[in-house]
Design a protein around this ligand. Sequence first.
Ligand code: HEC
Length: 434
Amino acid sequence: MRLLASLSLVASVCAGSIPAQEFTTLKGHGGPIMGLDAAPSGQVASASFDNSAALWAGRLPQWLEGHDAAVTAVSFAGAGRLVTGGDDFALRLWMPDGTSQVLGLHKGKVRGLAVSPDGQMLASASWDGSVGIWSLETGSLQRMIDLGSGVNDVAYGGESMVFAATMDGRILGIDPAGKSAPRPMVEQGFSVNRLVVDAEAGWLAYGAVDGATRVIDLETAAEVADFTLDRRPVLAMDYHAATGQLAVGDGHGYIMMIATGNTGERWRIARDFRAARKGPIWALAFSPDGDIVWAGGLDDVIYGWPVALMGTFDPAMGQEHSFLRPADSMPNGERQFMRKCSICHALTEGESRKAGPTLYALFGRRAGSLPGYRYSPVLDGSDIIWNDETIDALFDLGPDHYIPGSKMPMQRITAAEDRRDLVAFLKHATQPEK
Ligand code: HEC
C-alpha cells in the first residue's frame, strides 16, 4: 500500500520557487494523456488512456465518458462542441451540456482529428488506412478516402485541402471533396506521426518515428527547414500562428520550440528542454495567446508550461515514478504488476480513473462485480471467482482465451514463476484494510 501512496505523489509536481499560478498542472486522469486541445476561450480538453476525455474549467475536470477504449484524439469543434476519437474506432461529438453521440466509426483505431477552418467539417485519421471526412452540421460521413496505409494524423490547409501523414512514411495532399486523387508530397521512409500546416504562410511541418522534423513548402514540397535530431521519435506537435511558435514533443520527454519563419525571424530552435523526467510527450496544445503550452504524456497529469519559463526548472524536482524505479530493486511480483498491470489498475479502494477496475479486495470477488465500473457484457454475467487459480489461468491462457470478448488486452505471462510471484504480490497488495 505504501507503494500506491507514492504512485499518487507522482502527480504532485513541485514548481520550486516559481509561483504556483504560473506553472499549472491539471490532475485527475487515471492514465496517460494522449491528446490535448485548447479552445479560443482558453478552456483545455484532454483525451486519456483511461477511456475518458475531460473538459477543464480552471483545474476542475468535467469527465466525458462514452468511449469503450483509450481516447487518443480530441479537438474543439466550435459552438461549445468537442470531437473525440479512440481505440474503440469511434468518433464522438460532445455537446455543450456534456451529452454525446457517435458521429461515426472507423474500422481501426482513430489517431488524429482536424476541424476545418470554418468549423463545418471534420477530418479523421485512422489506422484502418483511411481519412474520414465528416459534416459536423449534419453529423454524417461525406467520404472515406483510402490511403492504403495506417493514417496517423490529418490537418486542414484551408477549406479545400487536407494533409495526411501515414505509417508507411508518406504525406499526401487530399481533396476533401474527393474530386481529385490524393497527391503524394513526401516519402519519408519512416512512419510520419504528426503534422501541422500554415496554409497562409505556405508550409507544412512534420515529425516522424526516426526523429525527422522537417518543414516543406506546400506547393513544391521542397524542404524549407530541417530540425531533425537523431535521439527522438517525434510524437506530438502544435502550432500557434499568431506568435509563429511551433512546439514539438518527443519520445524522450523533450519539447523543442521552433520560431517559424512567419514572424520575421528565420527558422530556428528557440528552446529545447526536457519537460518530462521520464517518458514521452504524446500531446501538446498552445493556449489561445500562445503564452502557455499544455503538455501530456505518461504521467496522468497535464502540465501547463509558460513559454517564458520553459527550461528554467525541472518539473519533477527529483521525484521518480515509483513504477519506473530500477526494476531490480523490486521483488519480482511487484515488478510484474508495475510493468504489466499498473497502467490500467489501481490497488486502492474506491473509484479510480484507470481503464480497468481497481483490484482492491480482488480475492474472493466475483468477476465483473465491482459497483460503478462499466464492464464488458461477458464479464458482467461471468461466474468466475477471482483466486490464485483463476488469476493464474487468466494470464497463463491470456484474457482473450480465458474470457473471450473481454476488454482486457491480449497479454500472457508465460513463465509460471512470474505468475506465481504476481499472484502473491496481488494477494498482499489488494488485501482489504481492516
Ligand atoms: C491496457 C489495460 C489493462 C492492462 C495492462 C491490464 N488490465 Fe486487467 N482489466 C482491464 C480492463 C479494461 C478490465 C475490464 C474487462 C472487461 O470489462 O471486460 C480488466 C479486468 C481485470 C480483472 C477482472 C476484474 C474484475 O473486477 O472482474 C482482473 C483480475 C485483471 N484485470 C487483472 C489484471 C492484471 C493482474 C494485469 C497485469 C498482469 C492486468 N489486469 C493488466 C485492463 C487492463
